[in-house]
Design a protein. Sequence first.
Lengths: 172, 172, 172, 172, 172, 172, 172, 172
Amino acid sequence: MNKIMVGIIMGSDSDLEVMNGAVEILNELDITCEVSILSAHRTPQHTVQYVEDAAARGLRVIIAGAGAAAHLAGVAAAHTPLPVIGVPIKSGAMEGMDSLYSTVQMPPGIPVATVGINGAKNAGILAAQIIGSVDLSVRQKIENYKEKLAAKVEEKNNRLQKLGIESFLEQK
Amino acid sequence: MNKIMVGIIMGSDSDLEVMNGAVEILNELDITCEVSILSAHRTPQHTVQYVEDAAARGLRVIIAGAGAAAHLAGVAAAHTPLPVIGVPIKSGAMEGMDSLYSTVQMPPGIPVATVGINGAKNAGILAAQIIGSVDLSVRQKIENYKEKLAAKVEEKNNRLQKLGIESFLEQK
Amino acid sequence: MNKIMVGIIMGSDSDLEVMNGAVEILNELDITCEVSILSAHRTPQHTVQYVEDAAARGLRVIIAGAGAAAHLAGVAAAHTPLPVIGVPIKSGAMEGMDSLYSTVQMPPGIPVATVGINGAKNAGILAAQIIGSVDLSVRQKIENYKEKLAAKVEEKNNRLQKLGIESFLEQK
Amino acid sequence: MNKIMVGIIMGSDSDLEVMNGAVEILNELDITCEVSILSAHRTPQHTVQYVEDAAARGLRVIIAGAGAAAHLAGVAAAHTPLPVIGVPIKSGAMEGMDSLYSTVQMPPGIPVATVGINGAKNAGILAAQIIGSVDLSVRQKIENYKEKLAAKVEEKNNRLQKLGIESFLEQK
Amino acid sequence: MNKIMVGIIMGSDSDLEVMNGAVEILNELDITCEVSILSAHRTPQHTVQYVEDAAARGLRVIIAGAGAAAHLAGVAAAHTPLPVIGVPIKSGAMEGMDSLYSTVQMPPGIPVATVGINGAKNAGILAAQIIGSVDLSVRQKIENYKEKLAAKVEEKNNRLQKLGIESFLEQK
Amino acid sequence: MNKIMVGIIMGSDSDLEVMNGAVEILNELDITCEVSILSAHRTPQHTVQYVEDAAARGLRVIIAGAGAAAHLAGVAAAHTPLPVIGVPIKSGAMEGMDSLYSTVQMPPGIPVATVGINGAKNAGILAAQIIGSVDLSVRQKIENYKEKLAAKVEEKNNRLQKLGIESFLEQK
Amino acid sequence: MNKIMVGIIMGSDSDLEVMNGAVEILNELDITCEVSILSAHRTPQHTVQYVEDAAARGLRVIIAGAGAAAHLAGVAAAHTPLPVIGVPIKSGAMEGMDSLYSTVQMPPGIPVATVGINGAKNAGILAAQIIGSVDLSVRQKIENYKEKLAAKVEEKNNRLQKLGIESFLEQK
Amino acid sequence: MNKIMVGIIMGSDSDLEVMNGAVEILNELDITCEVSILSAHRTPQHTVQYVEDAAARGLRVIIAGAGAAAHLAGVAAAHTPLPVIGVPIKSGAMEGMDSLYSTVQMPPGIPVATVGINGAKNAGILAAQIIGSVDLSVRQKIENYKEKLAAKVEEKNNRLQKLGIESFLEQK
């Protein structure tokens, strides 16, 4: 399974730190991905070409992150039959409300699977879930990941019960 | 392909008219689905049981629609490794802003693929895209559907050019 | 001056009634325009082609109206050096707030001249002002139009002073 | 009265610093409480089990704090006949608006007694008021607490009258 | 148990239709209540007197409903050690957002247990839960009520499974 | 004219730094004022007593500043025929939107003259304008103040024209 | 007292029905007023001239109502030392939020005394309170008015106690 | 082409740092401009005079930046037939939402071409596009500028592909 499964695109290199959250979780789940800076407004032809080639190149999911009037996910969705996950990026005076609305409120026919503002990690998990909807080994990895999440909460709760609030807060 | 692929759940029968948009488009794309009324708050055990069984029963995607403090999609996502699509339903004084925020702003680890307010049709298409990410016959149907969408826009534009605005508006 | 000066595009024929406000005021100011239904998401190639040809065809301004996650004006602005005026259309649960944010909050480099929600008439006037910034006969027509606006307010005020509130409200 | 009266739960240890405000005021009012980290999405079974046992264990009130798409209070309310107080926690790009809406806008049948964003102290007082609605010694403690609050305001006002604004601000 | 347990107050008789939702559910749960029109701004003395007498008269909970800059619940909470439940009423241009913020965002020391906009029914249930936190017969009634809620959802779901969507929607 | 003309009240000493803006401008305009910390929720009786005595003591205007669910100005307005100016104070997660709505959206019959968030200086000027509506010497002082404001803008503009942007920004 | 005391201006005759609320209450309180349609944007010179003459003509207060980007009250305040009361008018897609923000958020130096959205009646009462701050006969009329308001609430409450909810709602 | 083409005005020198973004891009595109501090509320006469003279002085476009209840662009638009571009400036508790609404929601007849909050650079580009709508040398400069924008994105993308995420982020 060496083929790239997930294409992660973003409108600007200033989005990279946030979007890296998707890369990290995909790496953790052993799902291959690639990352590109492609702007819906500044390099529209390159963006369209990338998205139009994605399915034929074997990508299964596209993750698109953008801030402000965030059109990247919608533009991607317009040019591919693949599922497109949109990550609204927090930036500027509206702190991501503009990107959320620009990403989630797509017109009938062209959905974008939107996650929360700056929710790149969740975008990566969602991409894994999409791949795992038919690939049982990926699905197992998601189950394992969720168990680790649960274990971490339990471990913290246990530590809190043992230490009490004050010591817990001090040791954090 | 007679097995049910998509499980559509909603918090109340008052959501059915909106959620039927997902059923209709899935029917149009020849993707099998089932519909249940399951409340995160009123029938939580049944909801959890449904969602926990979903993967083993062969479902590939869950679509969850709910209004107000819409917890259904999040609760579903907590109990399955399958991708969960959330449809915020417009209702009450906040007209769906509460459901949008309750659905999309999921904490790290448990994503919900959120579509626009009342965007049940798009939820259906997204479910199809998820299935089509590995099933080329479904993907083809999505391509066909998008071509029909484009053709309808073109046809309307052509009619507008021929008729002019006034006649076009009259004949609508 | 028979060449088309202003290209008015909109994402759906459901926007036509609102966008007709731009056509009517441009007609009143004797500025030629054309109207097309072009969707950023459903007919993206046609949209891009239209916008890329616009300058060479002699258009001076493009007016783009769209609702929800309104990407049309931004997509247009990405493909032309002409000024693009964006009209956020009121629709759905967010009543145009989504279209406003999607239209006005464009990233650096690709501006959209945004008017108010459903402000198609103002988009038409703005297009005329842009043309009138070098064409004195158009500018004169704008001055005349503003004088007529003022005269109407004055006439109403005079009638109010003469009739009193009650009779004025009855005769409205 | 050594039995635990109030169960305080929160979705993540990052909420502990805020939620400690409830613990402190309950301590001050001599009301016993316990604190647990329980996630509606990451440890849902543990959460449900805790809440379902709460009434039989003698708890009188549950206080639930969570951020983002804050489902914890609602999930708790679904599984107990006890009153559940919800504390929306400020976090992320929406600064707690998402948690407020997710907590307060509960559907008919399953109320959550919501306090202000980060209002953990008020949640503690409200829990005391609920217990004090039949326990006159607790009620008296609340009266005393409110008198202390009033005295502090009066004392500050007196100091302001004596010192004048400048000296008052300097000595703060 | 003939003594009045719950005092329901509202700022205007225009709130009565909404607030009646609290009365009806309290009647259904056999909890006695009384209803008064008391304005924080128009009859402030009467309001204060009512609230100050409430505990001595044996009331256990106060429910306060008001619209716009809704101060009634906060004013009530300032004058009683009893728990005060606030119901933001939808009215005017802000459709209840103003009442929600005015009710829920109380300063430290004076909590209001806020339910959703127009959530009078939930206010009644919450009042019952508060009484039921020590009164097991009331608690049992709440359990019964929640079972009925669940049964209604199950019954609807069963009917939907039997009839299919179309027939279900027709018979609604 | 040694009698106190303006009573400035605020809900907490944490509001004093902002509210001092009103004191300073009133001092500059030679209008006498007094400042008190009076909480609508923590010292309601004192607050009511202060406001009820205000007119008889010769006060002409009351300025009330408060944050969060800001009821102080409304409570004041309920107990006096004097004009009450409300200053919404920025605080907490909502950054003053809650105080603005709680202050400005008063029900019919009990107005509050609301200024912008943290607009204490403008509250002071408005108080002066109210006094100046019959007192020509105060009115003259307001005219002088506005001329000074204008002169400052002109002076800055002149300096900008002389220095150019870069030097102007450096010398700021 | 035959001289006009209050000048009521509005941006459009479509605001007249709302603004008439100010006229009616001023009539009821025997305060003389005049009404004009003056647009900040369409008849700016006339507006400025009216406002600049207001003080010399003996007006004591100006009430300005406008919708959308409501600049009228601010423009008025820029040209007079008199207190200016702003009434944000509900209109268009934003339902008055735009007018509220445009009216209340005035920069330092130029306050507008803002009332709630469509709060023309309160604007009238506020104008009376301003006049009554030195005119004891007007102040008495305001006291009487507030007593009538209180009596109406009391009368309704008494009727509710006598009739019970059902009959009360029927007879409304 | 030595005549000044674009007049940039702003309400306060505190807006200069943001508005300088318009100056810099106009300089880069070889379009002459001038900058003035002119307040709609503090120096209204000077503002009106500047705007009324603008067309006769040969200006083609006016750019107006202001914060809070931002009336400057609207006031400018009321006094000139030239196109007016509005820049809402982020400031104060509302972080520019007030300026956005005050600028974009202009009433019919008086449009303002609004760019995003703090979008001064885009205002400059829009002004250039307006001039370039008839001036082919300016249009060419805009095309060149957009090509540079695209090249920068491509260059960053290439660097990202070569370096990988970690090294890219480190070298930023």
